[in-house]
Design a binder for this molecule. Structure first.
Ligand SMILES: N[C@@H](CCC(=O)N[C@@H](CS)C(=O)NCC(=O)O)C(=O)O
Length: 203
C-alpha cells in the first residue's frame, strides 16, 4: 500500500489507523502548495482534487476520502465495527467529524485565503458542535465503546485547534479526551513523525 499524506493533515488519521491495525504502507509526502509528491510526481494525476489522504492499495486501487480509507484499512478489526448499531454509530461519527468539524469548522479557519466573514460564520457554529462532543465524551472514554477509526480522525481534527481560534478548554471532557489520546502510543508515534515534517515544511 502507498499512503499519500501531508504532515499533520487529516491523513494523519490513516497513519494512526495503520499503526493500530499493525499494517504497513509506504508513506509518500505531498507538498500541499506545489501538489508534487516527494518522488517529484504530479499528485493531481492520481487525485484530481489534490487532496490527502489518497491510498493506493496492493491491488492498485486508488482510494480517496478519509471515512472510506480508514474503514478499508481497519477491515476485520475492532477499529471499525462492520455490523449492527455499532457500525451505524461509526458512520454517524465519521460523517459528523468530516462535515461538521473538518470541512464546516476547521477548513475555513485554517485557510489563509478565507475572508474574516467566512471564519466568523464557521465560528458561529463551533460551540454547538463542540457541546455535542462534550456531552457524549463526559460519560465515555471513546466515541464508540472502544478506540475506533473515528477517534483517530477526531483526534487529528481537534489537534488543529491549537493553530486556530478554537479553544477546547471550556469543554473539560473533550479537552481531557484530546490530552488522553495524545498519550496513546500510536498517536504519539504519528505526532513524532509528522510534527517535525510539518515544522520543516513551514520553514
Ligand atoms: N473530503 C476529503 C477531504 C480531504 C482534505 O480536505 N484534505 C486536506 C488536508 S486535511 C487537503 O488535502 N488539502 C489540500 C488542499 O485543499 O489543496 C476527505 O475526507 O478525505
Amino acid at each position: 500500500m502507498e499512503l499519500f499524506f501531508s504532515p499533520l493533515a487529516c491523513s494523519m488519521a490513516t497513519r494512526i489507523t495503520l499503526d493500530e491495525a499493525e499494517r504497513t504502507a509506504r508513506f509518500v509526502a505531498v507538498d500541499p502548495r506545489t501538489k508534487l509528491t516527494e518522488d517529484g510526481d504530479d499528485f493531481r494525476q492520481l487525485n484530481p482534487l489534490g487532496l490527502v489522504p489518497t491510498l493506493r492499495t496492493d491491488d492498485g486501487e486508488l482510494l480517496t476520502e478519509n471515512a472510506a480509507i480508514l474503514q478499508y484499512i481497519a477491515q476485520g478489526s475492532t477499529l471499525a465495527p462492520d455490523s449492527g448499531i455499532a457500525h451505524v454509530r461509526l458512520q454517524q461519527w465519521l460523517c459528523f467529524i468530516g462535515t461538521e468539524l473538518h470541512k464546516g469548522l476547521f477548513t475555513p479557519l485554517l485557510d489563509k485565503s478565507a475572508a474574516e466573514q467566512v471564519k466568523s460564520y464557521a465560528m458561529d457554529h463551533a460551540a454547538s458542535r463542540l457541546r455535542v462532543l462534550e456531552s457524549h465524551l463526559s460519560a465515555r472514554e471513546y466515541l464508540l465503546d472502544r478506540f475506533s477509526v473515528a477517534d483517530a480522525y477526531l483526534f487529528t481534527v481537534l489537534n488543529w485547534a491549537q493553530a486556530t481560534r478554537v479553544d477546547l478548554r471550556p469543554y473539560p471532557a473533550l479537552y481531557a479526551y484530546v490530552l488522553r489520546l495524545r498519550e496513546r502510543p500510536s498517536i504519539k508515534r504519528a505526532l513524532a513523525v509528522e510534527l517535525p515534517l510539518y515544522l520543516r515544511e513551514k520553514g
